[in-house]
Each structure stands twice: as structure tokens, then as C-alpha cells.
Design a binder for this molecule. Structure first.
Ligand SMILES: Cc1ncc(COP(=O)(O)OP(=O)(O)O)c(N)n1
Ligand code: 3NM
Ligand code: MG
Length: 222
């Protein structure tokens, strides 16, 4: 799908953001479709050990099957996104710079940037090139062990206060239905999760539960 960067709905769509568990395989497509049936509207294919060719094949299958309102991104792999027009990219401080990703992909795809350290906020061109940023990690998580110190909800609050108000923010790391509300109360627009959906016996139900928690916390905040 093609995302218009000025779309006011990106902030709403980010409410529950699915990042896929590794390894990516045929079951990944089924899992994503279940999460989407539960209400997820932003999906990131994260497959650190696959090849670009494998990621491109999966992204093409997903583009064929996903409803057009779902925003599809790939983790790290700019070449895969170039090969599948309409797919966005999530990058972190060790990846291609968001401004370079924007230059290569143009204005009509979604670009996300991880913030592990508040010093990254000095990088104005990265912020300007990003459609959303991620507070990384909110809590420790066995899903990704090479992270920096957890920010906690207080770190999310500080980050929100320092960001341009129009730039959407999601939290990631150790988030589930039991603690997602505190991430939203701290000022995030959404929660990005791997295990809370991918390891659930009922991924569609888990997505729907997370969405209700996020909606309730968003309503309380505003
Ligand atoms: C939504 C979201 N937030 C953060 C990350 C982490 O990105 P990065 O720091 O580049 O680490 P890897 O995922 O590449 O290991 C993410 N992928 N998605
Ligand atoms: C992909 C990713 N990035 C993180 C970061 O902190 O940048 S934490 C993470 C994994 C999140 O997995 P779970 O929802 O299972 O805790
Ligand atoms: Mg990365």
C-alpha cells in the first residue's frame, strides 16, 4: 500500500503495532493476518537472519493479502523496501540514516526510527525524515537482548515532552495488555509488540485485547 505521509490517521493506526517474531516463515503470514483481523493496522516484518530475497518474497505475499489500509514496513532492509514499492522501513541508530531512507524511498512510505538514547534528539534531520519514533526499550525483553537501558514509562514521558508534538511515538520492549496502558498514559500513541501477539495462543484475540487497553488509556488521557 502507499501511505500518504500527511495522513492524519497514522497516529491512530499505530495504537497496536505488530513486529513479527523470528524466524520469519510461512506461518508469519498467517500470524499477521490473524493480528490484522484483531485490529492491527501497522505491521513490521522483522527477520534479522533472512536474506533480502526472502524478505522481498514475504513482503510481496503480504502486500497481496493485506487490506490496503494496513501499513507494512520491513526492519532494517532498505534494499527490500526499494524492491517492493509501498513498503516502509524501520531503522535504528546502527542502520541506514532515516534521511537516506527517505531520499531513496520518497515521501509516500512510512519510516520509523528507534530512539534508544535521548541524545539522538539532536539529530534533527533524522526526526524530520521519520513518520514516527519508537521509545526503545520501555522494559527489558528476552526478544531483543542487545538493547540499551530500559526507559520505563518515565523515560517515555520525558521523550514525549522533547519531541515535536506532531511526531507520533510508540513504545516497544516488554509490553503486554497488563502494562500497555501505562505506556499510553506516559504519552505514547501506541505500543509495538512481538511476544504479546506472536506468542499468544489466540493472536487475533491478543491484538483485540491490546487495542481495547490502548483505546481506554488514550480516552482517559485526552
Ligand atoms: C517499532 C520498533 N521499534 C524499535 C525497533 C528496534 O530497532 P533497532 O534498534 O534498529 O533494532 P533491530 O530491530 O534492528 O534489532 C524496531 N525494530 N521496531
Ligand atoms: C524489536 C525490538 N526492539 C526493541 C528495542 O528496544 O529497540 S525491543 C524489541 C522486541 C520487543 O519484543 P517484545 O514485545 O516481545 O518484548
Ligand atoms: Mg535495526
Amino acid at each position: 500500500m502507499i501511505m500518504n505521509r500527511s495522513s492524519a490517521s497514522l497516529r491512530d493506526k499505530l495504537g497496536v503495532y505488530l513486529v513479527t517474531a523470528e524466524p520469519a516463515d510461512d506461518s508469519t503470514v498467517e500470524l499477521i493476518m490473524a493480528a490484522v483481523s484483531g485490529g492491527v493496522r501497522v505491521v513490521q516484518l522483522r527477520d534479522k537472519n533472512g536474506t533480502t530475497a526472502e524478505r522481498v518474497a514475504l513482503l510481496r505475499t503480504l502486500q497481496d493479502q493485506l487490506p490496503p489500509e494496513v501499513i507494512l514496513l520491513v526492519n532494517d532492509d532498505l534494499a527490500a523496501a526499494v524492491a517492493v514499492p509501498g513498503v516502509g522501513v524501520h531503522v535504528g541508530p546502527d542502520d541506514d540514516h532515516p534521511a537516506e531512507v527517505r531520499r531513496r524511498l520518497g515521501d509516500r512510505v512510512c519510516i520509523g526510527w528507534s530512539i534508544h538514547d535521548l541524545d539522538q534528539l539532536r539529530d534533527k534531520s533524522a526526526l524530520a525524515a521519520s513518520d514516527y519514533v519508537a521509545a526503545s526499550p520501555v522494559w527489558p525483553t528476552p526478544t531483543k537482548i542487545d538493547t540499551t537501558a530500559p526507559l520505563g514509562p518515565e523515560g517515555v514521558r520525558r521523550l514525549r515532552a522533547m519531541l515535536p508534538p506532531a511526531l507520533p511515538l510508540v513504545g516497544i520492549g516488554g509490553i503486554h495488555a497488563g502494562n500497555a496502558g501505562s505506556v499510553i498514559e506516559a504519552g505514547a500513541d501506541g505500543v509495538a509488540v512481538v511476544s504479546a501477539i506472536c506468542a499468544a495462543a489466540d493472536p487475533a484475540g491478543a491484538a483485540a485485547d491490546l487495542l481495547s487497553v490502548v483505546a481506554a488509556a488514550t480516552a482517559t488521557r485526552s
